[in-house]
Write a protein that binds this ligand. Sequence first.
Ligand code: BGC
Length: 747
Amino acid sequence: MKNSNIYIFTALLSALFFSCNNANTKTSVVKSDDIIEQKIDSIIALMTVDEKIGQTVLYSSIEDITGPVLDKNYTTYLKNGQMGAIFNATGSAFTRKLQKIAVEETRLGIPLIFGYDVIHGYKTIFPIPMGEASSWDLELMKKTASIAAKEAAAEGLHWTFAPMVDISRDPRWGRIAEGAGEDTYLGSLIAKARVEGFQGKNLADKHTVLACAKHYAAYGAAQAGRDYHTVDMSLNTLKEVYLPPFKAAIDADVATFMTAFNELNGVPATGNSFLLKDILRDEWKFNGFVVTDYTSINEMVPHGFAEDLKHAGELAMNAGVDMDMQGGVYKNHMKASIEENKIKISRLDEAVRDILRLKFKLGLFEDPYKYCNEADEANIILHKDHLEVSREAARKSIVLLKNENNVLPLDASKKVALIGPLADDQFHIIGNWAAKGDRDGIAVSVKEGFEAQNKAFSYAKGCDIEGGDTANFNEAIKIAKTSDVVVMVMGESERMSGEAASRTDLKLPGLQQQLIAEIKKTGTPIVLVLYNGRPLNLTYENQTVDAIVEAWFPGTDGGHAVTDVLYGDYNPSGKLTVTFPRNVGQVPIHYNMKRTGRPEDLEGAHSRYVSKYIDVENSPLFPFGYGLSYTTFEYGEPQLSSNTLSNNGSITVKTTVTNTGNVAGEEVVQLYIKDRFGSVTRPVKELKGFKKITLEKGASTTVEFTITSEDLKFYNNKLEFANETGDYDLFVAGSSDANFTSSFTYK
Ligand code: BGC
């Protein structure tokens, strides 16, 4: 330990701090951001090249979900000042121990940043992000992100690798579970809400963490839905569909960005200066830091884009990647690249500056241990208020897909047969990427939900999620025969979605469909509750069962939430943010596709030679925006304030919505617009607004939207984001599959 250097350094910093503070009181012109930059200048001036490189190195401390620890020497690197950040180290005591090495045993004592994948909760787990998106409740998403941040920060963490803001239109891709769904407008609002939730208003607040917009960019468009696969798309689609949620994250001041694994139009995202320089820094003025995904610099060699690791590091650094996650490329090769002038020291200084700036903003130079507080940890983790939000979030995320003959809500006097591999499950219920969520003991299964609410039921597992064992079928059939209604809780295992979990078959795995078929023979009505991380092919289930409750992976309090919905203590209000296909052959299928020159409904067209399949209809099984309630809503004709919209003008659209059923309910009122033609073809419809309302039975309300010329802009044939004059159609409804009812002209 080199105490003398620590003292020199600390003295230098406090002198600078003192002089800046003085300057501040005298003239009031030195802003805190300027003071931070001055402090960074003074640190950079003290740093050796090795220490600078050290700041750009991120290693995992332990084996975790995304792979083994690649380099077991990380504590040695730490002592040598060769690491700027660590991930997968959690807990106040452990992070304090590591921070102490950085602060007290390295020459300059620069504190570490601790990162972790806090995706949908830390200990208290909320529904998987795609599930939670079905609530269309931005305040709720902000709240769950802020709770996740608070719990994570209480365990010494400063940084989450979330939110994932990748748009995805491909249910084969397992990571669709981690995002907000297929729509750019909604996805952008959700990106903003989640960033605001994680980061709060002040990064120095010890209950907040740095957010990370990932995976930049277009990772969700991997060919054939196969993870890590090639992405090739037009710049119009990239800019219009895939980039806006990243821009929304920047508008919400997101601190960091993560590059994607995939290549984009021939250039891996991690070495892509078009994405990282031209767009991110020059156009969007991002001033946080960019981290790679796990070893994605190294992967530019197998991509066939870099000759060797050293070359890969040069491509990444020169494209604008500031921190190397786990790959060790910057650590092992950058010095040589700098000596050969393949990377300029000024570029390295820029990266170090962006990293140090966030360490200052987190307040780590003032108190490197501020997030390591055992007392906070004990009080905050799994706080009862957090568990209540977990139940609320799960209830609001559930989507009722089918409810024939009003089999739901269940009548409490009726006897239920609770069946299925996930009915008594505490493991899968919290889903993939569940951070430190407990997979037993704390999570509440549906069976426990029933027990807690004293429901009359008997239970049989029936079958496993996967595999071919029919041994328990009979027991399930037996209880189905003697019950009034069957509730089957089925779906995917948590490992069937998330990273590296692409599927080519979207049906329920194993023998689950067969068990449904056997139970169907008993004649007892069937309610199917599903846990899954992607849109499934539910064609068979939709034909066979009476009700379908899409519960995603609902999180820690999921069992209570599902019980609340099944018995009507909560009236479901979730709406899909992803399209459910009729079969895997329809994929990719999304609500805002292009029309083609031979749409099915083309007047006068020959019925064979139009754009369709010969074996299945074009429409999906369940469209984007769809979801039932225990009540019904009626929509009045939209009233437009004008039939013309001018540049900088606006139109208001008013619609009356009435609750025509017998119970109170919530509804997501959605506005869709269609641009009839353009200099590049336009989608068949686009979501342009939504409002979530609550209506007592029999009540009506007027829902109002404002449309401005900004809402109509798109990337034209010159790749400019601009308006074009012409006619537009619109409708307001509770799902994307309604018909257009009104139109206006943009002049
Ligand atoms: C994933 C990232 C994640 C990282 C760190 C990678 O494999 O793609 O989303 O943040 O691992 O765990």
